[in-house]
Design a binder for this molecule. Structure first.
Ligand SMILES: [Zn+2]
Length: 162
């Protein structure tokens, strides 16, 4: 899936949390940003992914041993990166909410990629890939899916407390 799809899907996971907790705008913005980072991070295993292009390939060098949709696209990867993010948040502010939102963003990426024919190796190191295979990357189906996500986000935003 394209990075824009992951950003939309990750935001979709963060908005209900922001809404439910009635967070102030600054914290709400950082929560959504955290979910977006989580939603983009699994693609650090692809040298030309959006997150690698925006981070000068630093992340790719870290996970160079991985093939695309390998361990970073699994529950193991979600655990490792959430653990790392928890340590960062512990240093910055120690609020478990950020770790939880990061995890939700990360899992949103795996769910979105599971809609793709390539599938996701959720239970890495097992080799089986799980997929629903209804949306090809860059296809009209992905554009329609993005439009659907935008509509859902718009509906959610109109329901946010004022
Ligand atoms: Zn991916």
């Amino acid at each position: 899936m394209r990075h824009t799809t992951h950003i939309l899907f990750g935001t979709l996971f963060a908005i209900p949390i922001v809404s439910y907790l009635s967070l102030d705008p600054a914290k709400a913005s950082f929560i959504i940003f955290t979910a977006l980072i989580g939603s983009l991070l699994p693609d650090v295993d692809h040298p030309k992914s959006y997150i690698n292009r925006k981070s000068w390939g630093i992340f790719y060098r870290v996970v160079l041993q991985s093939t695309h949709r390998g361990w970073t696209h699994s529950l193991f990867g979600a655990f490792i990166f959430t653990l790392i993010s928890t340590l960062v948040f512990f240093y910055l502010c120690w609020d478990m909410l950020y770790s939880m939102v990061f995890l939700f963003g990360y899992l949103s990426h795996l769910l979105a990629d599971s809609l793709n024919p390539t599938g996701v190796n959720w239970l890495w190191p097992k080799k089986k890939k799980y997929k629903i295979a209804i949306i090809k990357t860059g296809s009209k189906g992905e554009v329609i899916f993005q439009a659907f996500l935008v509509i859902l986000l718009a509906l959610m935003l109109t329901e946010l407390p004022k």
